[in-house]
Design a protein around this ligand. Structure first.
Ligand code: FES
Length: 284
């Protein structure tokens, strides 16, 4: 049977973030919160991991939200239109998030990390947890607010002023500061049973350093570089509890206290110069 991945809807929902509603019945039928797919949008193109944010099992669609970061996501954002087809969507991959009664949960999303938090936080709330979500990002990148407000006990947004005259990394420093400051305030003023976070590894580490002062359990979804998403290529290797793990098949969720953060941050930056070059070349 020929499977086609038609783009049913496409729109920019926040600065550098594009919403794709894609026909993918085999994914929609089985996907669980916490799982991801590997998308190959173009012939001979790069494979990128993306998270189904919402889905309809009967209608057979999933929603993916991609942050425009490198050449592939830029090509997707600029070349693909509604009615076009994505070449393939492999998945669902990875382990579903544990569906347990933790109690009072603080689920944090930095930048586009919030899109991964959505299905997990929603499901945790549905099974009886008291979930507060926190989205810290640059102001023009705030998204999904109305969805979170319907899905969890409380949704907090901390928008950080975006200065267009400064570089993106310069702006990002203010996000890290706002993030750790808000997390500290929440941990100091309320009791929590679990902290969960998705976002860039540098920000995850910064938040973890705050959380560990309070001794609260913390879980994280990790985002190392991925290629096949099935445990074959080794690209997503992380060290957790002193053991080598592959985020795609052993994760993506891990205990933050066990993660070798410095190794992860180093590995994620491996190809950043090449990524920048590829994007610059594409934009010429
Ligand atoms: Fe290749 Fe995980 S992406 S082993």
């Amino acid at each position: 049977m020929l499977i086609v991945y038609k783009i049913l809807e496409k729109r920019e929902i926040a600065m550098r973030n594009t919403w794709y509603k894609v026909q993918a019945p085999h994914v929609a039928k089985k996907v669980q919160p916490g799982q991801f797919v590997i998308v190959r949008a173009f012939q001979n193109g790069e494979r990128i991991p993306l998270t189904p944010v919402m889905w309809d099992r009967d209608e057979g669609w999933i929603v993916l939200i991609a942050f425009t970061r490198g050449k592939t996501t830029m090509r997707m954002a600029t070349e693909l239109k509604e009615g076009d087809y994505i070449l393939n969507v492999a998945g669902p991959l990875g382990n579903p998030a544990p569906m347990e009664k933790f109690g009072k949960v603080l689920a944090i999303g930095a930048y586009t990390g919030i899109v991964e938090v959505y299905p997990i936080a929603k499901a945790w709330q549905e099974i009886g947890n008291d979930v507060t979500t926190l989205h810290v990002t640059l102001e023009p990148m705030v998204m999904l607010k109305e969805y979170f407000e319907k899905a969890v006990s409380r949704h907090i947004v901390e928008p950080v002023k975006f200065d267009p005259d400064k570089s993106f990394p310069e702006n990002m420093k203010n996000v890290t500061k706002a993030l750790t400051g808000k997390v500290r305030e929440l941990l100091e003023t309320e009791d929590w049973d679990l902290v969960f976070m998705v976002g860039p590894p540098g920000d995850q580490k910064a938040v973890f350093n705050v959380v560990k002062e309070f001794g609260i359990p913390m879980r994280v979804d990790l985002h190392p570089i991925m290629v096949d998403g099935t445990g074959m290529c080794g690209a997503c290797r992380v060290t957790v509890g002193g053991e080598i793990k592959f985020a795609c098949v052993d994760g993506p969720e891990f205990d933050a206290y066990q993660v070798d953060w410095d190794e992860l941050i180093h590995r994620v930056g491996f190809y950043s110069k090449l990524e920048k070059l590829a994007l610059e070349k594409y934009m010429e």
